[in-house]
Design a protein around this ligand. Structure first.
Ligand SMILES: *Cc1c(COP(=O)(O)O)cnc(C)c1O
Length: 463
């Protein structure tokens, strides 16, 4: 029998995060303010604590992980690397498939890797309360968990329709002591204004972000800040612990390097966390295929232009250079709720522009098909987001068989699906439909951003 579980001793946990900004062959485009000029760190100060802003703009290659953060992460880290030998056998593939199991964290996904770090830096800075938004509730539950352990207040604005229809994540937040309210809420100016105009609105992430930011910046004591679960550079940074651990684990399994690295991408942090340490190897000459996967319903990387756009529907964030479907993009209600964001992390996008990555899109029926195959061979039930990565893994494993090549495939098992079983029910009873964003809709959403500053395509031409 092949080795199935590849643990890493606690004493071997990475002690520094890796910052891809240090190694990108061409520098990233700066975030811009409403006047079209690059913003300074002080403009972000009412929203984020300065120690996280420093990480956001840092180009240091390695950043120390504070011991106190590691002491919290030890609850589940180092996370196991596992080999999917049962799926390999079923597919009769010569590929060796490894997965980094992020479903083992208490909230059940990779998100607490950054939630814990962000809560800790806020606390260091003297902050008492963190506000955020959440859609289906994965990020809200991760931040609630982190704030509970660090004795911080946590306020989560949860999109109304999920608040009503998906009570389990809301209950998890309450178990971890957070105050979770439905958005739009009567608690903020933004919320009251929306409720007056649209009393029956199902809410949206954009509305919830506006409320969470408003609460942070209007606290006159100055002790409240806002936290974002993906997209920003410091979030990518905190997630690299995944890839750094995986590198050590692959070595202990006697693998020199993966041939293929795969992760699903919503805002990009899960994919970035696993892949960036391997992107560094690729920049230094390694031959690795690196594949971020997204839904065909929200084709940010595969079909959207690289452009300056706002990070939120309410246009409150700086303009970021990224692949974007336009901030007014309304995603269809697919089950992979964590992959419905209109933009993508600027760090991931600059690497795509460089040609270091090969993005790919799958529809939800193929993804659920792969998820079911996984659950019926490996046993674990994946999150709907994770199932997108699985569709790519199965394709690459089949391709390795056709080519008769012993490829090493590494992917991120970003979360379990035990809170998302309704999607499986819809799939098994044939109620799930596929959705491909029509070209006219894409054009319509992009129209909104066509007068923004142009994002220059900077690339070295090496890949
Ligand atoms: C949120 C989420 C994702 C997407 O995360 P990003 O880091 O924003 O790309 C993927 N998988 C799971 C299980 C999630 O909860």
């Amino acid at each position: 029998m092949n080795k199935v579980k590849i643990p890493l001793d606690e004493s071997d946990i990475p002690r520094q995060w890796y910052n891809l900004a240090a190694d990108l062959p061409t520098p990233m485009l700066p975030p811009l303010g409403p006047d079209g000029k690059p913003i300074g760190p002080e403009m972000l100060a009412p929203v984020f604590p300065m120690n996280l802003i420093e990480q956001e703009v840092s180009t240091e290659r390695w950043i120390d992980i504070p011991e106190e953060i590691l002491n919290i992460l030890y609850r589940w880290r180092p996370a196991p690397l596992r080999r999917a030998v049962y799926l390999e056998k079923y597919l009769d593939t010569p590929a060796r498939i490894y997965f980094k199991d992020e479903s083992t964290s208490p909230p059940g996904s990779h998100k607490p890797n950054t939630a814990v770090a962000q809560a800790w830096y806020n606390k260091q800075f003297g902050i008492k309360k963190i506000t955020t938004e959440t859609g289906a509730g994965q990020w809200g539950s991760a931040l609630a968990f982190a704030c509970q352990l660090l004795d911080l207040e946590c306020k989560v604005y949860m999109v109304r329709i999920s608040f009503d229809q998906k009570p389990f994540r809301k209950i998890m937040m309450q178990v971890w002591g957070a105050n979770c309210v439905a958005s739009p809420s009567p608690e903020t100016n933004a919320g009251r204004k929306i409720l007056a105009e649209l009393p029956d609105t199902p809410g949206s992430l954009g509305m919830a972000i506006s409320e969470a930011i408003e609460e942070a910046v209007t606290d006159t004591t100055g002790k409240t800040r806002y936290a974002l679960g993906s997209v920003l550079n410091h979030v990518m940074l905190h997630q690299t612990i995944m890839g750094l651990e995986a590198k050590k684990q692959l070595k202990s399994a006697n693998e020199k390097s993966p041939d293929i690295v795969i992760g699903c991408a919503g805002g990009g942090s899960n994919f970035a966390g696993l892949s960036f340490p391997f992107v560094a190897d690729k920049i230094n000459g390694a031959d690795i295929k690196i594949i971020p996967v997204e839904p065909t319903a929200c084709p940010t990387m595969t079909r959207a232009p690289f452009a300056y756009d706002f990070g939120d529907t309410a246009c409150t964030t700086p303009l970021l250079a990224m692949h974007t479907l336009g901030h007014s993009f309304v995603p269809p209600p697919i089950h992979a709720g964590g992959l419905r964001y209109h933009g993508m992390a600027p760090l991931v996008c600059q690497a795509i522009v460089e040609g270091l990555m090969e993005p790919r899109a799958y529809n939800q029926i193929d993804s659920y098909g792969a998820a079911l195959l996984w659950a019926r061979t490996e046993g674990f039930i994946p999150a709907p987001e994770t199932s997108q990565a699985l569709a790519a893994v199965v394709d690459e494993a089949k391709k390795a068989k056709e080519e008769g090549k012993e490829k090493v495939i590494l992917f991120s098992y970003s979360g379990h699906g035990l809170m998302d079983l309704a999607g499986y029910d819809a799939f098994m009873s044939g109620r799930l439909t596929d959705y491909e964003l029509p070209e006219e809709d894409l054009k319509k959403y992009i129209e909104d951003i066509k007068n923004y500053p142009k994002a220059e395509i900077r690339k070295s031409g090496k890949w």
